[in-house]
Design a protein around this ligand. Structure first.
Ligand SMILES: Nc1ncnc2c1ncn2[C@@H]1O[C@H](COP(=O)(O)OP(=O)(O)OP(=O)(O)O)[C@@H](O)[C@H]1O
Ligand SMILES: [Mg+2]
Length: 342
């Protein structure tokens, strides 16, 4: 296994700069997840690490080596894609061992590694089946097995679970977490899924517009976002943002059109609902309420003109068009005009 270093990586496609001075140091054995909006450059960065794309400038180091000019096959990496593209005419065993066969690995070593990977991924009983005879989750595990037997220094995953349904996703996600623990491997993982990012990552890298916005543990990013973008991106449902001014009792939400001095970020769980005759809080009217079993969310249109989503107990019932008061039960986050955390 190995550490991975990205130094001043820039990538241009023609005139368009899609990666701008990316600097990142991933520790040996670390699980790092890239997140960010579509088109922000996550896959491009992963492909540059893999050697499937060439950076315009900058350096990729794996272990102690500068691999910038090496072919993908010489970098000690294995990549797993969203479309796992198994060979339909080969058995599971054939698919997993193909790369090793092509590299002329001795048969006894191939057998040993296939057995090890199949065991880890619960594929032992399926080794002689063809891909068509497997479920989506099983196929995805075969694609991961194909990566494991190559014993790479670094695993690269580009949205490997996004073709799976919710139940399979969470079961293969648990497999991946176990795999990381067993192999103690360095893993870089791209996803759109908040739950995958929060649960798998040692550190999350939030990207936007080809720039790293923040790097930190899931808890750091959720509790201590450095800017409005990260605050809004990490967390589902999203943080509420309202213009605010400092009042006699702390921050006050500004009315629409009124001058504000900063923006207040309030997560749905920072807010709570009270009846309209409650002495405190911002008056508003419930727009809709969503019951999810273990929790509920209600969207409230404040009289001041903004809408906020409030998380509350599923036992509280709030009805559409009901007047309410929204109270703040925890301090929010403050952002200046440039979106920087104050
Ligand atoms: N071969 C290419 N030629 C020109 N532009 C490209 C090429 N590949 C990617 N791009 C552009 O680079 C930007 C980054 O693309 P990339 O695939 O890295 O985004 P992403 O973050 O992986 O997005 P998604 O979440 O949708 O997969 C996009 O604007 C994309 O259109
Ligand atoms: Mg992508």
């Amino acid at each position: 296994m190995a550490q991975l270093q990205l130094n001043n990586i820039v990538k241009r496609f023609g005139p368009v700069e899609v990666l701008k001075q990316i600097n990142l140091h991933i520790q040996d054995g670390e699980f790092v997840v890239f997140v960010g909006p579509s088109g922000c450059g996550k896959s491009t960065l992963l492909r540059i690490i893999a050697g499937l794309e060439t950076q315009t400038s900058g350096e990729v180091r794996i272990g102690e080596r500068d691999v910038s000019d090496l072919a993908p096959s010489d970098r000690g990496i294995a990549m797993v894609f969203q479309s796992y593209a198994l060979y339909p005419h080969l058995s599971v065993r054939g698919n997993i061992s193909l790369g090793l066969k092509q590299a002329k690995t001795p048969q006894n070593i191939i057998d040993e590694r296939v057995e090890y990977a199949a065991n880890m991924l619960a594929l032992t009983d399926l080794l002689e089946r063809k891909p068509a005879e497997l479920s989506g989750g099983q196929r995805q595990r075969v694609a991961i097995g194909r990566a494991i037997v190559r014993e790479p220094d670094v695993f690269l995953f580009d949205e490997p679970l996004s073709n799976l349904d919710a139940a399979l996703r969470s079961s293969v996600r648990h497999d991946l977490a176990k795999l990381h623990k067993n192999l103690n491997a360095t893993m870089v993982y791209v996803t759109h899924d908040q739950v995958e990012a929060m649960t798998l990552a040692d550190r999350i890298v939030v990207m936007a517009g080809g720039v790293i916005q923040q790097v930190g543990s899931p808890r750091e990013l959720y509790e201590d976002p450095q800017n409005r973008f990260v605050a809004g991106f990490i967390g589902s449902p999203k943080m509420n943002f309202v213009p605010a001014i400092d009042g006699p009792n702390g921050s006050e939400i500004a009315a629409e059109g009124e001058a504000s001095s900063y923006e207040l970020g309030l997560r749905p769980e920072h807010l709570s609902l009270r009846d309209a005759d409650h002495p405190e809080g911002e008056p508003g009217v419930v727009q809709f309420s969503e019951y999810l079993g273990s929790e509920s969310f209600s969207l409230v249109a404040l009289d001041k003109g903004h809408q906020v989503l409030v998380r509350h107990s599923p036992h509280e019932i709030w009805n559409i068009d009901q007047p309410v008061k929204v109270i703040q039960i925890r301090d929010g986050y403050r952002f200046d005009r440039d979106g920087k955390r104050i």
